[in-house]
Ligand binder design. Structure first.
Ligand code: CA
Length: 432
């Protein structure tokens, strides 16, 4: 597991203007992403304050470790995350030194761009995307709507439930959500119809970017699974609840989910998150212990993350009236029944190979009470109890023009708070 070092020192400061006061990207964060500018093709960058540092250009100018030059010139992060964690730590140390030491300023400045002048791109060429279901309060809330007396199915506390999603429709934050069409069968209707979803929803999730590779047939033991966590992002698993209700049995989600999955542009690295590892909350009395292949003392001691997740909505009317986004919920990321390392160990337990740049979604993360519910399906209790917004509008599900925004911050006493940036999307009308 990544360890805490001088790059996490809360007293460290950067010569980059605005970095020390930036809510998300002080020099202790150093997230990785892919950006382009008007004159430059896709490059590897890091966010520092309101600037983006061109790491590909830094490598070309021999300002970064030479063994990283090829990976930093690749136009995606796949090659960098195929390298060892120690290579990424050496990159972090070099970038941290350049951004904190005033003597580096003159040679680094030509590689610094205003974030506003940069276009962000998907950080990885994503080979595969898997979505899990670890938010136990979400699973309980949704289960109650279908099975009030028995919300969790018998396998839930033994198996990290997941399904294979679709990688081709994973897109960067900011991509519009075109209202999908599909089959729906309302309870009052005898047969299904086809048309635009009338129950469009979001799902607040964390994304896990995979580092390294295990050969086909070789499981990753739970004790080594943390080394496969390259970093985290925000993930919105947009969902069409009416399509989902009609299609999900017996094989699970399909067209209700694969029309779009949004991710935030910056990879918050495992190294940056080292100070924010916390113990996995103990399971309630009476729950089964994880089977041995999912149980590791170090993972239980520090396999969870001290993150606060938030969800915001801004309708078209709100934006036009200058009303700021309304917070729909806030809660901790510790409401996960399984750690991210357990997801990796389980995913590979049968010998399935995970590749650099593969994406795992945790599943919707909700609080046990109503303060931090991760979907409108929960907030509106299946559409029966609409949410009232500051301008008097009501929402049971998302309407055209709505913008949905996810954010996350990692905070812990004694350390500089870091943020994930935003993951957002505006709903557009269905195509005719
Ligand atoms: Ca999901």
């Amino acid at each position: 597991m990544s360890s805490i070092d001088h790059t996490h020192d809360a007293a460290a400061t950067s010569w980059v203007e605005g970095a020390d006061t930036h809510a998300d990207f002080p020099v202790q964060n150093l997230p990785l992403g892919i950006f382009s500018t008007a004159n430059r093709e896709r490059r590897v960058g890091t966010a520092v304050g309101d600037s983006v540092l061109d790491l590909s250009g830094m490598a070309e100018d021999r300002l970064l470790p030479g063994n990283l030059r090829a990976a930093l010139g690749a136009g995606t992060l796949n090659a960098l995350f195929a390298l060892s964690a120690s290579d990424r730590i050496s990159l972090r140390h070099a970038v941290f030194a350049h951004l904190t030491e005033l003597s580096s300023r003159m040679e680094v400045l030509p590689h610094l761009y205003p974030a506003q002048a940069c276009t962000m791109h998907l950080p990885f060429a994503i080979g595969d995307y898997t979505d899990f279901y670890v938010g136990i309060h979400h699973a309980t809330n949704i289960g109650k709507q279908f099975r009030p007396d028995n919300p969790l199915l018998p396998n839930y506390k033994y198996v990290p439930i997941g399904y294979h999603g679709r990688a081709s429709s994973v897109r960067l934050s900011g991509t519009p959500v075109v209202r999908p069409k599909g089959q729906q069968k309302p309870s009052y209707s005898e047969g299904p119809g086809y048309g635009p979803t009338y129950r469009l929803d979001y799902e607040l999730e964390l994304g896990v970017w995979i580092a390294g590779e295990n050969a086909l047939g070789e499981p990753v033991p739970i004790g080594k699974a943390a080394s496969r966590i390259g970093g985290l992002c925000l993930l919105n698993d947009w969902s069409a609840r009416d399509l989902q209700a009609w299609e999900y049995q017996p094989l699970g989600p399909f067209l209700a989910k694969n029309f779009l999955t949004s991710v935030s542009p910056w990879v918050i690295t495992a190294e940056a998150l080292a100070p924010f590892r916390v113990a996995q909350p103990p399971r309630p009395a009476g729950d089964p212990a994880p089977l041995p292949y999912l149980l590791d003392a170090a993972d239980q001691a520090e396999g969870a993350f001290a993150l606060t997740l938030e969800t915001w909505i801004a309708t078209q009317k709100m934006r036009e009236a200058g009303i700021p986004p309304h917070r729909l919920g806030t809660g901790p990321a510790t409401s996960m029944y399984w750690t991210v390392a357990q997801l990796v160990a389980h995913h590979t337990a049968n010998g399935c190979n995970l590749m650099p740049g593969d994406l795992l979604g945790t599943g919707t993360i909700s609080t046990p009470d109503t303060s931090g519910l991760g979907s409108l399906m929960e907030l509106s209790q299946g559409g029966n109890s609409p949410v009232t917004l500051p301008d008097g509008e009501e929402r049971s599900f998302l309407e055209d023009g709505d913008e949905l925004i996810l954010s996350a911050r990692a905070a812990r006493d004694g350390f500089r708070t870091i943020g994930f940036g935003l993951c957002s999307g505006v709903v557009e009308a269905a195509k005719v």
